[in-house]
Design a protein around this ligand. Structure first.
Ligand SMILES: Cc1cc2nc3c(=O)[nH]c(=O)nc-3n(C[C@H](O)[C@H](O)[C@H](O)COP(=O)(O)OP(=O)(O)OC[C@H]3O[C@@H](n4cnc5c(N)ncnc54)[C@H](O)[C@@H]3O)c2cc1C
Length: 420
């Protein structure tokens, strides 16, 4: 048992963890480089989608990426970069694009997502105030072939109570008349949910404050002090912050921070793009996945949010207009009535990606009291409450559960580290 937990990062993962640990009765301090999250945790589609429990590296991904490399507006793009960490990361991801690793990843994600929806429901019951929609998700496809692939992947979710019912194009349009005639079929996933991401962060922050969590903003953590295997403090914006347990939940910056603690985790940015449209030219009831384009459309109370694109090799927040145009073009192809009032103002977010597509949750090798909660790739919102449950278990028990598919240790074996 411990009294003081210091969490680095006030994104959705850090906040969900702070909330859970504060409910456990612990004294929690959250340290953030900014005034709260500004990146991926705000700029995402807000989907709570256990039905999409699939790791990014998948069989066939390489071929697809190579085909798309020539198109500047494609959904997946690997920016050529000679940086050794980027090259190592991409080669490692490539090695995971095989059926065995993919199925292992699906199994781990499905298992951890069993309680996801009920944990979000509990947030509401406990007074976390956020915009939460239970209207379900539709996946729309131009071709039956692509639809069948998603249908097969979704089948493994039935055991945790999530379904994906196949529909014809006309049946889909009955549910969502804005979908165009080119849509040949789709899947209806009634158990999926969505949120307004910024409202979730606000709601968690407010509830954390009520539970006594201390927030230290504008303090980038620049150093980690240890005595042997025990971390004693972090250096943040001129302050030294002590604690008994530390949690690294710094999104794409978790890699450099873990290196400072003696074990560099391979977490790299996967840049996503999006924009919000309040023109009202289109109304949707469900969140809608534009299948072949890999674009997410989220109906929020005052606007529609469009999000997509996975770009490796970029770590800044700059906007490539080609990528943004690609999302607008896909939106028009699937939703012909979409007519934004003006040129959409884009935003970007950096997803913390891992080479095997699985999160990193558990003790950092070589440190007894330093936990990692990061690398959630495309599923950080979905997995936030369950990640917090796992961290809570480690903090209470001090031990890593055996068979943890998300253990940071999995990155030790390949590099020849010895881990006790
Ligand atoms: C376009 C797009 C769409 C997405 N859609 C979905 C979706 O629909 N559903 C879903 O489940 N997921 C989605 N995701 C993924 C999800 O957004 C991410 O997995 C998630 O936000 C990661 O959260 P995080 O808290 O780990 O990281 P972040 O949101 O990056 O937060 C990290 C925090 O750490 C702070 N920090 C960093 N370095 C330091 C430091 N040195 N010291 C102190 N603080 C530091 C940062 O300021 C930041 O506040 C999407 C992502 C993108 C980009």
């Amino acid at each position: 048992m411990t009294s003081g937990v210091v969490i680095v990062g006030a994104g959705v993962i850090g906040l969900a963890t702070a909330y859970r640990l504060a409910r456990d009765g612990l004294a929690v301090t959250v340290v953030d480089a900014e005034r709260g999250a500004t990146g991926a945790s705000v700029h995402n589609a807000g989907w709570i989608v256990p039905i999409m429990s699939t790791p990014v590296p998948a069989p066939g991904m390489l071929g697809q990426a190579l085909r798309w490399m020539t198109r500047k507006d494609s959904p997946l793009y690997v920016r050529p970069s000679p940086r050794p960490d980027h090259v190592r990361f991409m080669l490692s991801m490539l090695r995971h694009c095989n059926p065995r690793d993919f199925h292992h990843g699906v199994e781990a994600l499905v298992t951890v997502n069993e309680r996801t929806v009920s944990l979000f429901d509990e947030y509401e019951k406990d007074g976390v105030r956020f915009e939460y929609h239970r209207t379900g998700q539709l996946m729309a496809f131009h071709t039956r072939e692509v639809m069948r692939r998603y249908q097969t992947e979704a089948a493994s979710l039935e055991r945790i109570g999530h379904s994906a019912a196949p529909l014809t194009g006309d049946e889909l349009r009955d549910l969502e008349p804005a979908l165009g005639k080119q849509v040949q079929g789709g899947l209806h996933c009634p158990q999926e949910r969505h949120v307004d991401p910024a409202s979730l962060l606000r709601g968690l922050t407010d509830r954390c404050r009520e539970l006594g969590v201390r927030f230290l903003y504008d303090r980038p953590v620049t150093g980690i002090r240890s005595r042997g295997q025990v971390v004693t403090s972090v250096l943040a914006g001129g302050d030294e912050i002590s604690g008994d347990v530390f949690v690294l939940a710094a999104g794409v910056h978790t890699g450099p921070l873990s290196r400072q603690a003696g074990f560099a985790l391979p977490i790299q940015p996967g840049k996503g793009y999006g924009f919000d449209d309040a023109s009202g030219s289109l109304t949707l009831r469900h969140s809608v996945y534009l299948g072949e384009a890999k674009v997410a459309v989220t109906p929020l109370s005052d606007r529609l949010r469009f999000a997509g694109t996975m770009e490796f090799g970029s770590s800044d927040s700059g906007i490539d207009p080609h990528r943004l145009r690609g999302i607008v073009r896909s939106a028009r192809e699937f939703l012909p009535g979409f007519a934004p009032a003006s040129r959409p103002r884009g935003w970007t977010g950096l997803r913390p990606m891992t080479p095997d597509g699985l999160p990193v949750v558990g003790p950092l090798p070589g440190k007894d009291n330093l936990l990692v909660a990061s690398g959630h790739c495309m599923l950080g919102v979905t997995l936030a409450p369950m990640t917090a449950e796992l961290v809570s278990g480690y903090v209470a028990g001090g031990q890593e559960a055996s068979g943890n598919a998300f253990t940071p240790k999995r990155f030790a074996a390949r590099r020849g580290h010895t881990v006790s």
